[in-house]
Design a protein around this ligand. Structure first.
Ligand SMILES: *Cc1c(COP(=O)(O)O)cnc(C)c1O
Length: 363
């Protein structure tokens, strides 16, 4: 039975992408070789890499002042690559502390320079995103996380207070990239691990405005230097061929669907699910309503104490029997998390809301 995949990442991919990937494992682009065994220098794969990079630019509507890279080591590696490439020791970078990933990114920056906490909801278990934030004098850049995957809060753009002109905006967009229309040119550096909304695990997308690079004095190892990767067009060493290929297929799917229509569908799915939670006497949402994410919907069983833990286990089983998988919340927060990325259709969300209602009824 094909399951409804609510895992946060690696996560659901469009069925058509999985089918194309299967074909390419047997015979990639009529080469008579599998995508798993082809040279990354073959003209067929070089073309995939070029098209994937071009597609990102096209979907983001960015000009040639930006470069697109597919790197490795996940979004986590960007936590140190960003300050290593942008921040001198005596300079200060500002960070939104709105979740465990955001916090992790900030802590890595301390290895390279000074950090200013622009806003933080850490003392409230990251259950909301602060409305206001502060910036230090002459910040080198501002780092934000657009969607806090673990807690289910999402940032709206443009940011509430205007940034001083000339302060680069860096965004970890791992869990909501291409889920909604936005002006991507407001960002100077965007990164996103592929495995949440645009592909399988194994590659991380980096989009960078070239003119923010080249101002740090430290020596940077080649593999950690954006300019080296730009020079070699994401082929400084062997890229993760398969992950880039499947990401390329997913980007094509996104283009076919259109981000506008994906956004509409995402809004509809989220609204359906939050309505089911709010109308229930058993379940309740765990974050501030105004910051609710359209990608990761977090909720739990209303009553406190030992029985709610038992009920949570029972609901997970109940849902599992209906083919709904991946609903357990992140291990640091518990409860439930339904990740409803682009590839999750309305049918899956309907199946979940029905399971929630049935479970409540039969108690
Ligand atoms: C999952 C996630 C990460 C970590 O990604 P990896 O690719 O596993 O390194 C970082 N930031 C956000 C917002 C995430 O959701």
């Amino acid at each position: 039975m094909k399951k409804y995949n609510f895992y946060a990442g690696p996560a659901i991919l469009p069925v058509s992408v999985l089918q194309q990937a299967q074909e390419a494992i047997k015979d990639f682009a009529g080469t008579g070789l599998s995508i798993l065994e082809i040279s990354h220098r073959s003209k067929e794969f070089v073309s995939v890499m070029e098209q994937a990079r071009a597609l990102v630019k096209e979907l983001m509507n960015l000009d040639n002042t930006y470069e697109v890279l597919f790197l490795q080591n996940g979004a986590l590696a960007q936590f140190h690559m960003v300050p290593m490439n942008l921040l001198n020791e005596e300079e200060t970078a500002a960070y939104f502390d709105t979740g465990a990933w955001a916090h992790g990114a900030m802590e890595e920056a301390r290895l390279f320079g000074k950090v200013h906490i622009a806003c933080s909801s850490r003392n409230d278990r990251y259950s909301y995103i602060p409305e206001a934030f502060t910036l230090p004098e002459n910040p080198k850049y501002l780092h934000v996380t657009s969607n806090n995957t673990i807690y289910g809060t999402q940032l709206q753009f443009p940011l509430s207070n205007p940034r001083a002109p000339g302060v680069p905006l860096v965004c970890d967009m791992s869990s909501d990239i291409f889920s909604r229309q936005m002006d991507y040119s407001q960002f100077d550096l965007i990164y996103a691990g592929a495995q949440k909304n645009i592909g399988p695990a194994g590659t991380v997308l980096v989009v960078v405005r070239k003119n923010i690079l080249g101002t740090v004095r430290r020596s940077i190892p080649k593999m950690l230097d954006y300019r080296q990767h730009i020079d070699k067009e994401s082929m400084l060493n062997t890229p993760s061929v398969f992950a880039v290929y499947v990401t390329y297929l997913t980007l094509q799917w996104i283009k076919q669907q259109g981000i506008q229509s994906l956004e509409q569908q995402n809004k509809m799915k989220a609204q359906m699910l939050y309505e089911a939670i709010d109308n229930s006497t058993l379940f309740e949402g765990t974050v501030a309503k105004e910051n609710r994410s359209a990608m990761n919907v977090c909720f739990h069983i209303r009553e406190a104490g030992a029985s709610s833990i038992e009920l949570e286990t029972r609901f997970l089983q109940f849902a599992g029997q209906r083919g709904l998988v991946g609903l357990q919340g992140h291990r640091s927060v518990g409860g439930f998390r339904a990740s409803i990325y682009n590839a999750m259709n309305l049918e899956g969300v309907t199946a979940l809301t029905q399971a929630m209602a049935e479970f409540e009824r039969q108690l």
